[in-house]
Each structure stands twice: as structure tokens, then as C-alpha cells.
Write a protein that binds this ligand. Structure first.
Ligand SMILES: [Fe+2]
Length: 447
């Protein structure tokens, strides 16, 4: 049962991180904490979702520093890392938007959480996911402490590896009247950006210790790969990573300096691993080209992408792939770039169907039918004034009916991003999409 949050007790600091329960237990039948409907609150704050950004603290470590998987694992770190190195590759999970705010969503969140958990327990050791990277929107409707148990700790109680996360808009938007100290980012930081592996009040009677990320933006460094994670703030749309020259004065600019420092480090080190960039809000999400009729469920975050692109240009480093959530479906784009005199294919992958909802790519509007695109459609019109030289954008494949997660593999030559639908079938049978990228050339190759 969750602890009584109105009467907090001192939380133990563990010397070692703990990731899962010793005993595997059956799924609970429902929420421990009743979750009243958020419909009324939602109606009242609708206009604020387009303008209320949030401030946040700097990461604990310097902009050029990295947070190592080995550190997150505690004393087991060296062994796990040497196992990964012996296997000559790493595998990890990524998903977004898992949080369940009603019983129907709870069932789908559990299905997704159970499937990644089964995969993490049963895959061959050399192919076993080393961690889960959560792409944001962990707890709905706005990151309340009392819902962390039902929406995060309990569904993932048997997941036997670290879980890292970037906050989504639902983990950061502040509902007016929220008491000081209970803001969603404060709760998020307690559970994901702890200085030490402590059991938090949100974990209730479960044993997963808080993750020890250095901040809400950070670079996870693991064998063969790095994820540069940026916090894209609290708006429904678009993603915002800086003040954008004073447009969002509450948002600090230090993520720009951080991104520049990280890319410079990659350049200076002549880093050969895969570089992934993660933001909760996607740079690209589908909408039809005719803006008068049916439209997509979310907009692109073009200004955010332009800022990222500019910093990439200045540093001479472009990530191999971008990962996002937020739009509640799966979408994979290829952005064709000419960068540093090279032709590059850059996968932009949205995986926001981690349990909360699976929404159609297009919704009908003003009597216009919701015509869906074909896989492989050119969608160059989604590029708005790009800061890098682009030659095209292709919506390669999407799934807006099923829930699912990403299974990402990296070795010294290749990055592979697979999307797995959640079903009763086995893990391999449920793979719907797979893209393979050659790391050296940044081009797609046969799977
Ligand atoms: Fe979101």
C-alpha cells in the first residue's frame, strides 16, 4: 500500500540502488489511490496549457559532463558494463506517455509495462535490455506525488534495470493552486534526480530507489552510445528548450550551453558511438498539408528543432537519431540532411503510445474526413525554415492503433531502432518496424 503522504516518515537512504522487487507479484486489479476525473481541471486550464511554461534548476554537473550508466548501477556497474562490452553491443527500451489516469488506461499501461518487464527478464543475456529510457509523461494528469505509485512504481515494480526519464509536459505543468513544494518538477526531481539512491514516499512499500540523474536534462553515457536528453517544458505545444530570445522569459537558456558543450565533447573526443537526442515534444508530428481541414493531434516543434540544428551546425556534430513521445502513437520519419559535406539519413522517432492513449494520426475537422497518409509519404511541408540543409522528410511508417515501445540496439557499427506493438504474442512476433543506421556514414542500411 502507498504510504500516507500527509504524514511523511524519514525515507531510508540506500548505499546501493534497487530496481525491482525480490518477489514477482501478479498485476494489481486497480489503483491503490482513487484517481478522480481530471475533466473539470482540464477545462479550466485549457488556455494556460498554451502559455504557462516553467523554470527549472541547472543540472548538478557541469555542461560538458556525462552521467554514466555504470554510476547509476552502483557497485554492480563495472560487472554489467563489462558484460555489455563482452556482448559487443547494448540493448535498451524507450517509451513515452505511460501514465494512466483512469482504469482503462491503467490496463494498457500495465500491458506495456509487463511486456518490457518480460523482455528484460527473458531475453538472451547478450540481447537483454540494460535500461529503460522514459521519454516523458510518466504521471498524469500533472505529476502529482500521490499518483506516482499507481502510475510509475507499481506498473514497473518488476522491471529489473534502471529507469531514466525526461519530464514531459504532464510531469511539469503547474496547476494553479498547487502548494509550494508540491510542484510536479519538484516531485519528478525527487524520484529521478536524487543525489543518492533513496526510497521516496512516492514508492510506497516498493523497493525501487530514486534514479540519480544529475538533472531534468542530462547525458546518459553507456557503452556504444550516448543519449543527450533535453527538457522541452510544460506546454501542450510546442516544445520549448530555452527562452527563445525572451519569448518565454521563465525558461532558462542553459540547456543551449549544455547541448553545445556536449556536442563539442563528442567532436573533441572523436566519439565513435551512437548519439541520440531525446526530447519529450517531437520535432515532427504528422498533420495533413491542407491546414483548413482534418489535422494532426499535435504540432511540430519547429523553433525548438531550429535551435538544436543551429548548435549542431556550430559544433559540426549531428545526432544519429532523435527520440520523442508526446503524440500518442508511433511515427518514424527520415530527415534527409546535407551536413558537414555528407548526405545523412536521420531517423526522427515518436513513441508516445506507452500506455496512456493510442490516438489516430489525423482527426477529422470541419466536416473534412481524416484521410491518413500512406507509409513512405513525403512530408517536406512539415519542415519550417530549417537551419540545416535538408533535402526531404519522409514519413516512413506509423502505427496509430496499438500501444508499444522501442527496443534499441547499438554496436560499434550500427544503431537499430525497433518498434514493438504490445500484444499477447511473443516479443519478436510483435515487432512492427525496424530501422538500421550505419553509424559512421549516418545512412540507412538494410536491416
Ligand atoms: Fe506530453
Amino acid at each position: 500500500m502507498p504510504r500516507d503522504l500527509t504524514n511523511p516518515i524519514p525515507q531510508p537512504i540506500f548505499k546501493e540502488p534497487v530496481f525491482n522487487e525480490t518477489l514477482v507479484t501478479a498485476d494489481p486489479a486497480g489503483f491503490q489511490q482513487p484517481h478522480p476525473s481530471d475533466d473539470e481541471v482540464y477545462k479550466q486550464i485549457q488556455d494556460l496549457l498554451a502559455k504557462d511554461v516553467v523554470g527549472f534548476d541547472r543540472s548538478r554537473i557541469a555542461p560538458e559532463e556525462i552521467f554514466k550508466l555504470e554510476t547509476a548501477l552502483g557497485s554492480r556497474g563495472p560487472d554489467v558494463v563489462s558484460q555489455i562490452e563482452r556482448a559487443a553491443g547494448i540493448v535498451f527500451h524507450a517509451l513515452g506517455d505511460s501514465g494512466a489516469s483512469n482504469s482503462r488506461k491503467y490496463a494498457t499501461e500495465m500491458q506495456v509495462a509487463d511486456q518490457v518487464t518480460i523482455d528484460a527478464h527473458t531475453a538472451d543475456p547478450a540481447d537483454r535490455p540494460a535500461f529503460l529510457f522514459h521519454l516523458g509523461d510518466v504521471v498524469y494528469d500533472f505529476g502529482e506525488s500521490m499518483f506516482y505509485y499507481d502510475q510509475f512504481y507499481d506498473p514497473f515494480r518488476n522491471y529489473p534495470a534502471p529507469i531514466f526519464a525526461i519530464p514531459g509536459n504532464h510531469d511539469s505543468f503547474i496547476v494553479p493552486g498547487t502548494p509550494v513544494g508540491s510542484e510536479p518538477l519538484t516531485i519528478f526531481r525527487r524520484n529521478f534526480c536524487s543525489e543518492k539512491p533513496a526510497i521516496t514516499p512516492e514508492a510506497g512499500s516498493l523497493h525501487r530507489t530514486a534514479m540519480t540523474q544529475p538533472g531534468v536534462y542530462f547525458t546518459l553515457d553507456a557503452p556504444f552510445m550516448r543519449v543527450i536528453a533535453l527538457f522541452s517544458n510544460s506546454l501542450e505545444d510546442p516544445g520549448v528548450i530555452s527562452s527563445e530570445g525572451g519569448k518565454w522569459p521563465a525558461v532558462p537558456d542553459f540547456q543551449l550551453e549544455y547541448l553545445a558543450a556536449q556536442l563539442k565533447r563528442i567532436k573533441d573526443e572523436q566519439y565513435r558511438g551512437a548519439v541520440l537526442l531525446a526530447t519529450h515534444h517531437p520535432a515532427f508530428t504528422y498533420s495533413p498539408s491542407d491546414v483548413s481541414g482534418a489535422r494532426g493531434n499535435h504540432g511540430c516543434s519547429s523553433a525548438m528543432l531550429r535551435q538544436i540544428d543551429k548548435i549542431c551546425l556550430e559544433s559540426g556534430v549531428y545526432p544519429h537519431a532523435f527520440l520523442s513521445g508526446h503524440a500518442h502513437n508511433y511515427q518514424r520519419y527520415t530527415r534527409e540532411l546535407k551536413f558537414d559535406a555528407k548526405e545523412m539519413d536521420v531517423p526522427f522517432v515518436v513513441c508516445g503510445n506507452g500506455g496512456h492513449a493510442a490516438n489516430p494520426l489525423v482527426r477529422s475537422r470541419r466536416g473534412q474526413p481524416s484521410l491518413e497518409p500512406m507509409n513512405g509519404s513525403r512530408v517536406d511541408y512539415l519542415e519550417v525554415n530549417p537551419a540545416v540543409e535538408t533535402s526531404g522528410l519522409i514519413l516512413e511508417k506509423y502505427d496509430d492503433r496499438n500501444y508499444g515501445y522501442l527496443r534499441i540496439s547499438v554496436n560499434q557499427d550500427k544503431l537499430q531502432i525497433g518498434f514493438h506493438q504490445v500484444s499477447n504474442q511473443s516479443i519478436l512476433q510483435s515487432r512492427y518496424d525496424l530501422v538500421t543506421l550505419d553509424l559512421k556514414s549516418h545512412t540507412m542500411v538494410a536491416n
